[in-house]
Design a protein around this ligand. Structure first.
Ligand SMILES: O=C(O)COP(=O)(O)O
Ligand SMILES: [Mg+2]
Length: 229
């Protein structure tokens, strides 16, 4: 079956496009401090990122050795969302080469999209602050659809919302969640090794690993080639 829509490159956000760890852990530490708990060093907490803010709080409290009742977690989550929303781009930066790589894909006719476990409002706000939101045809967060990563429908619905077809798309991510999501959606996955993961991404079975965004364009062409054949 020939697919006539342009190819779609779908990006994870935290740990892939942007190094968000300092601001995310900064907010986590504000919440821990309000509970009388010691802050976590960013290096210890960065691999807790990737499954959304609720999971980050849960993992942070686990690391601090404190139990959290579900109703209380809801309350802390609301506090987290307010504080993080107001401090979303204090230290957060795009990884080297991201802007150039996005422009190159855009110029070559790719549709670009974001599929993140951040809530959509925060994803839009952050990409605005980083000056790249205009490059994305769709920006889909954890709350955009009734499904979120690792559910493959978060990814396939992102591709469709961007105006593309899941049969001609590629996912770029930093974690097991992204790789499993892409595999279950039958979409090839390119992994970056500089994001947030407790297991080296090479061991998680991505189709390709790139060390720098300068390598992205060639990698995307590589994984899409078998589909065009
Ligand atoms: O954990 C988060 O807040 C979101 O993570 P993601 O952008 O890597 O999906
Ligand atoms: Mg990520």
């Amino acid at each position: 079956m020939a697919i006539h829509t342009p190819p779609v490159a779908v990006f994870d956000l935290d740990g892939t496009l942007a190094d968000t760890a300092v601001d995310l852990v900064g907010t986590l530490n504000v919440i821990l401090d309000r509970e009388g708990l010691a802050p976590l060093p960013v290096d210890d907490a960065r691999d807790m990122i990737g499954a959304g803010a609720r999971a980050l709080i849960q993992r942070g409290f686990e690391a601090a050795g404190k139990e959290l009742a579900p109703a209380y977690l809801d309350d802390l989550f609301r506090q987290f969302m307010v504080h993080y929303g107001e401090n979303i781009c204090v230290k957060t930066r795009l990884f080297p080469g991201v802007r150039t790589a996005l422009r190159r894909l855009d110029a070559a006719g790719f549709i670009l999209a974001v599929c993140t476990n951040k809530v959509e409002e925060h994803s839009v706000k952050l990409l605005d602050a980083l000056g790249v939101s205009h490059l994305f045809a769709a920006n889909c967060g954890r709350d955009t659809f009734p499904y979120f990563k690792p559910d493959p429908r978060h990814l396939t619905m992102t591709v469709e919302r961007a105006g593309g077809h899941p049969g001609r798309a590629v996912m770029i991510g930093d974690s097991r969640t992204d790789i499993v999501t892409a595999q279950n959606a039958r979409i090839p996955c390119i992994a970056v090794p500089f994001g947030y993961t407790d297991v080296p991404v090479q061991e998680l079975g991505p189709d390709l690993v790139i060390e720098h965004f300068d390598e992205l364009f060639a990698a995307v062409e590589n994984v899409l080639k078998p589909m065009a054949a």
